[in-house]
Design a protein around this ligand. Structure first.
Ligand code: SF4
Length: 324
C-alpha cells in the first residue's frame, strides 16, 4: 500500500512585511512551523478565527505562494524541486476555489468559455470539450443554456458553481477551497456543500477546505486542523474533535457555535479578549493571554503538538489534566 500523502506540508514558515503610516516596517508571522498532510480521498478541514493563517496556508498548499521556509510535497516530491513542466502539471492537478468566485472569473468572458478554458489548455479536441463542458455543468447544477451569459448575470451561489465547474474542468486530484460558502446565504451554503460532497465522490477528489465555520467542516471533513495565530494547536478526526477536544481554544470555538451546547461554559468564559496581532505573537503558548487555564509554564514554554490518540494531537501543556 502506498502511504505517501498526496499533499504534505513540512514546517512551513511564512512572514509578511507590513508598514503602517508613521511606523517602520514590521514583520507579521502568518505561519509558524506548520506541518500537515492530505491523504488520497480525504477531506481535510482547516479552522480558526480570521487572521490565524488559514488562507495563507491554502495558497501555499496550492503553489500560489512560496513559504519563507519549509516545503510542500506533492506525491512525495518537494514543489521547490519540480521542473517547469512538473510545476504546470501540479498547478493543473491542484485547483483552488475562492471565497469570492467573481474575482477569479474574467467578467468579459462568457461562462461557458471560462469553464472550458482548462479543457482548451489541456489540448482536448473541440467536440470532446463540448461534451465535457456539458457533463461538468450538469454535475454542478448549471443549466446548459447559460453558457453564453457573463458572470455578472449570475447570483453568488451560481458563481460559486461556476468556480467549482472551472476547477473540475482541469481534472484535478486536489481541490483547495478557501471559505467557499462564507459569502452565501444559509440555504445556498447547503447546496454548495452538497455539490462539493458529490464532486468528491464523482470526480475522486481529495479536498482541503478552509473555513471559520466548524459545523460546516464537521459535516464534510474526515479530519480537522485548528489553527491559532499561525500555528496548529489541535488536529484530529472531525467527529472526535467535537466529542473530545483536547485544547482550550478548540473548546472555545465549539462553545461559540450557536445552539450547540458542547460546553457548559460560554465562549465569553472560555475566551478572554480579542485575537492578538500576528505582529507580536505571545511568548510560550501563544494562546496563554486568552486562556483561563494558563499557568506559569504556559507563559514561557511553547507546548509541543503531542499525539494523544491515533491521529489526534494537541499543543497544550495541560491537555491531559484538562481533558483526560
Ligand atoms: Fe492554555 Fe497553557 Fe494549554 Fe496554552 S498551554 S492552551 S495557555 S493551558
Amino acid at each position: 500500500m502506498n502511504d505517501i500523502p498526496l499533499l504534505r506540508a513540512v514546517a512551513l514558515h511564512k512572514t509578511f512585511k507590513v508598514s503602517a503610516q508613521g511606523h517602520s516596517t514590521r514583520v507579521l508571522t502568518a505561519l509558524d512551523q506548520v506541518s500537515l498532510h492530505l491523504s488520497a480521498g480525504e477531506t481535510l478541514g482547516i479552522a480558526g478565527e480570521s487572521g490565524c493563517g488559514k488562507s495563507t496556508l491554502a495558497k501555499i498548499m496550492a503553489g500560489l505562494l512560496k513559504p519563507d521556509a519549509g516545503d510542500v510535497l506533492y506525491k512525495g516530491t518537494e514543489l521547490s524541486q519540480l521542473g517547469r513542466s512538473e510545476q504546470t502539471a501540479f498547478r493543473r492537478k491542484t485547483q483552488m476555489i475562492f471565497q469570492d468566485p467573481f474575482s477569479s472569473l474574467n467578467p468579459r468572458m462568457r461562462v461557458g468559455d471560462s469553464i472550458a478554458e482548462p479543457l482548451k489548455i489541456a489540448g482536448i479536441p473541440v467536440p470532446s470539450q463540448r461534451a465535457e463542458l456539458a457533463r461538468i455543468m450538469a454535475a454542478v447544477g448549471l443549466q446548459s443554456d447559460t453558457v453564453n451569459r457573463f458572470p455578472d448575470e449570475f447570483s453568488g451561489g451560481q458563481r460559486q458553481r461556476i468556480g467549482i465547474a472551472r476547477a473540475l474542468a482541469a481534472s484535478p486530484d486536489i481541490l483547495i477551497a478557501d471559505e467557499p460558502v462564507s459569502s452565501l446565504d444559509i440555504s445556498i451554503q447547503a447546496q454548495i456543500i452538497n455539490i462539493l460532497l458529490q464532486m468528491k465522490t464523482d470526480f475522486a477528489l481529495s479536498m482541503m477546505i478552509v473555513s471559520h465555520n466548524l459545523l460546516v467542516l464537521r459535516h464534510i471533513c474526515d479530519r480537522i486542523i485548528i489553527m491559532y495565530l499561525g500555528a496548529v494547536v489541535e488536529c484530529g478526526p472531525a467527529v472526535e474533535l467535537f466529542d473530545k477536544f483536547r485544547h482550550p481554544y478548540t473548546e472555545a470555538l465549539i462553545a461559540a457555535i450557536p445552539g450547540l451546547n458542547a460546553s457548559a461554559a460560554s465562549k465569553g468564559e472560555l475566551l478572554r479578549d480579542d485575537l492578538p496581532s500576528a505582529l507580536s505573537i505571545p511568548a510560550g503558548c501563544r494562546f496563554h493571554p486568552r486562556c483561563r487555564h494558563a499557568v506559569e509554564i504556559c507563559r514561557h514554554e511553547v507546548p509541543n503538538l503531542v499525539e494523544y490518540t491515533d491521529g489526534h494531537s494537541a499543543a497544550c501543556h495541560l491537555s491531559r489534566q484538562l481533558y483526560g
